[in-house]
Design a protein around this ligand. Sequence first.
Ligand code: ADP
Length: 979
Amino acid sequence: MFNPQSSESSMLTSREMLLITLETLPDALFVVDDATTIVYANASAQTMLGATREEVCGKPLWRCAPQLVSTALYQAVQKTTQTRVPSEVEYLSPVTQTWLHVQLAPTMGGLMVQVHQGRAAARREAPVPQDERLSIEDLNGLYSRVGVLTPEGIVLEINEVPLAEARVRREEVIGYPLVETRWWSCSPTSQEQLCAAIARASRGETVRFEAVVHLREGLDRHLEVAITPHRDAEHHIAYLVIASIDITERKRAEAELHALIDAIPQMVWTSQPDGSHDSFNQRWCDYTGLSTEEAQGEGWMQCLHPEDRPRVRTAWQRAVQTGGGYETELRLRQNTIGEYRWFLARAMPVRDETSQIIKWFGTSTDIEEKKRAEQQLKESRESLRVLTETVPQLVWVRRSDGLLEYVNQRYRDYTGLMLEQIQSDPWAYLQFFHPDDREGSRVLWQHALDTGDMYEHEQRLRNGQTGEYRWFLARAMPVRDERGQIIKWFGTSTDIEEKKRVEQQLKESREELRVLLETMPQLVWTTRPDGFLEYGNQHLLTYLNVPVEGVNGDQWLHFVHPDDRQKTWTVWQTQLRTGQSHEVEYRLREGKTGNYRWFLVRGIPFRDEQGHILKWFGTCTDIEDQKRTEEALRQSQERANVLMNSSIIGIFVGEGDQIVDANDTFLRMTGYTREDLRVGCINWMQMTPPEYLARTQQAQQELDAQQSLTPYEKEYVCKDGSRLPVLVGGALLQHHPFQVITFVLDNSARKELEQRKDDFISMASHELRNPLTALKLQTTLLHRQLTKQGLQASALSSMQTQINKLTRLVEDLLDVSKIQAGKLEYRQEAVDLDALLREIVDTMQQTHPSHTILVRGTVQAILLGDRDRLGQVFTNLLSNAIKYSPDAQTVEMDLSASPEEATIRVRDHGLGIPREQRDKIFDRFYRVTDSRKRGIPGLGMGLYIVGEIVNGHGGTITVDSDVGKGSTFQVTLPKKRDG
Ligand code: ADP
């Protein structure tokens, strides 16, 4: 017989299934009616509210769940209630300060409210279907009907329920085949099902099936039908019991359940007690891309990440075996080929009244975002850790009360700090600071702690090992919680020692530059890239006599000489346009005097690494003096050119023996051409005849010693071999120490004149000598005759003296002529010098009684030479000594000798000879013409002849004199060599 209780429990089970499904949800779920009164709250919701279901059901949602209340939610509830369209809302709970993601779906006569806490709320992918219904009350209701049939299907007995429902009388049914009753007969399919079932049951089988029957117009019922054969004692089939449960409501509830399950934002699935999955909600299918058929059994595992499969399978099997809860995290692939996302899978068993598991309900919640957030958090924690340990800074963390909580390794290494050391005193770390920086840091920290402002301070930290201090820039920022409360301070200290040093150097170099600019003798200025003058050094301002505002921009141009302005402006603009630096010379007005001075102006661009001009630096150098010098130089060059081009003086520049430049006059004088000059074949040394070499060398020595040359006479051999008498003077060129400029004066005219004079003297003296000789002879004869006649002939004597003087004069003139012509000849005879000198002294003493001639020593030497000529030497020297010492009484003669030579000194105590004239007295016709000597007669020939004779004998003559005290002439003559 049928058991109405079991039908009833079957219906209750469906409801329970729904409830369990809702209970397994990790999210809070409420069902409310249109008045927002809670009808149902799941376990998560109760946990969230901290109240039991009984305490909340029947009460307004708003009163029970103050943590959910918000305008956003209220509006969403109103909207969903009115429009019956599912919606969702995400907001920060004003009570708990957590993010809530609430999904709302309409139900029949109310709403389903699902609350997801935290940011990572899974997004609904499809709205909740509108026809979804939930009515717990509707699930109640059991309609059962029973009947007894013959094995052929004839109705034997039937209870009232189907009759009442079909509104037929019992007698209309009893005895008739059941299949022909109104409710069965109207549907051929149901009829067929029933026929087949009756047939099988009559063969001894208990048959169950579901079918739809039509009770009356507008009333169809879904029945679960069981036909049980009952046997008699003989085991024959006696009758069949047909029991039907009206499962119309259950079917409807199941349909609704599935719709609901499909509406739940989680993926929901169910499983058989043996663990074989049998149904999946739409969301699950949509996500995985598998149909229920494909996923059934273990088919769902294909969308499980391969790495997760063994673990998940084991966990699921254990749950199925033990009947405990199932909860695991797993990755499910989207759309069979897509990416895997993390899900939290949970399942709970549904048990019947005997605690037998009849079903498993499971959900899979997308926790990808949460996982990712967790992963990110983990990574960012790790990153932070690595970062703090790898950054080149010292990193530290202080608690909100200021106590150091963490320092990185670098910090510990540098300071040598142990955290324990300083954990009790927030200011203990100051011990690592330079004493001068401690107070500043403390004050700033206190300020930061009080206000929450960023902390920033430059401070010197001591290196724990070396004890040296280095500059650090410390910065700290507070980390706040969601309410804005400071949790801790993160700080870094960056080593800025180098930066500081560079800054200092920069400061110093700026200062140096400034000092340099101000001390530079130049006027210095700088402009912007566009040429706008923005700085002028003090010199510039002082010179122009204006403040810097008076020159900046383009105003400086007013100080430029009007004649130079156009040129200056053009050059400056070109310079700015091309970026090339140029030099320009212009006149600038001196502010105080109004005078213009010449300046050389240079502007140089200062560029950055990309080559862009940042500034122009410029200097104005005063070149007024230089300009003047240049002008003077130009003039002197002009004069030099005139000189060079003079047709009177020959000029050449010699380098060594070589003539490197010469004027036309010199070339014309010597017969050389400019081409000869160019090829470098004119050599003045080679042009010098041998007899002038000695004099020339002497002149060179003078030049070396005095940088200039007293003009002297010489001859040059011209290109054609002829001789040119010249007067030569010269000087070393100042800037070319190896170059000598030589001035050459053609001396041939004078020389010719001199020659003629010499010729005349020679001729005249010859012409005079003969009549004089005759005169002298005749007077001598006359003197003899008169003496014989005993007559006084004193007049004749004085006449003879004058004739002798005249003869002496003519002799001297002749000698000079001979010397000039190179015709003075010496006899070679042995001369006893002592005897010769005695003889001369005796004669001189007789003729010059005014002075006493003292002779000291002897030479005891025999010389080889001309006795008369040598006598002439000493006669001359003694006669001069007497003549030029009119106030003296003595003239001395000192004789001495060495093995090689004899030395004769003639000394007087007379007038002396000025130093500058001592060399010249041996020149022909030279006479010293001072006032005292003017009265002393002479022609300047004596010493000239003396010098020639001494030289002619291989000797030397020198003079030593003291003006006013006397002179000493020293003659040295070589002795005759034996053999
Ligand atoms: P002079 O006929 O004029 O004496 P000398 O050739 O003998 O010519 O001398 C040249 C010049 O040297 C003289 O004019 C004289 O000024 C100077 N002189 C020569 N000997 C002496 C001397 N002993 N004391 C001073 N002056 C002398």
